[in-house]
Design a protein around this ligand. Sequence first.
Ligand SMILES: [Zn+2]
Length: 271
Amino acid sequence: MFDEAVFQIVPVWTVFFAGIGAIIGSFANVAILRFQSNESVVRPASRCPKCKAPIAWKDKIPIVSWFLLRGRCRACQEPISKRYWIVEALTAALFALVFLKYGWSWTLLELLIFFSGLVIVSFIDLDTFLLPDKYTLPGMVIGLVGAALSPERSFLDAILGLVFGGGFLWAVAYFYYILRKEEGMGGGDIKLLAWIGAVLGWQSIAFVIIAASLVGSVIGLLAASRDQKGMKTVIPFGPSLAFGAVLYALAGQNIAQLYNDFFFPYLTMTP
Ligand SMILES: [Zn+2]
């Protein structure tokens, strides 16, 4: 009776998934970093970007090592970016939340892969303003294959999601170009929303666009007020789309419920 109680109090599997997420997060860091330097993700072994000293395994423990080293390289004392542990902690939190929400399911596996990809492309977009095809195109394929295999979602929803998501942003980009004669929306954003649609279905598209636009506007205003370039400040839209997708996957139904309860209370009122 004791160990059953322990299993109920200590969320063993949630902690397990957070740990897996932290490890995947450290791979995500490598993928983000290597994308810019155009190196393979697997080789060479991790080195300090400054002094090129190889990094020992004990200094590669996700999240923990950065704090043990107080954010500095063991060999040259050069500061190591906070970005490393932030990406690891973010991925750990996402993995734990997906498990808490979906438990042992096909959707769990699909969302772990999806969220890992979103973390990688979001940070690449922040750094380089690129959403590489190398991630978005396989993302779409994995999304469609996942829908075909999953007993928990429909293949038609996924196809429609891919077409609506990609098609909507393609139309926005097209009309923007017609009106302004300049590119406002990158092709990468179009492919990212197509990928999101393939995984979350067409039902997610409106939510993701609205959430991403709200978040993007707030970040855009903050960035514009900081760097004094006014409304010409360019911010990548990929991270906002990824945020909208994560919010939809983890809390979309709850938010829709809150919205309905607030604006249409008579629909959900029990007599
Ligand atoms: Zn160093």
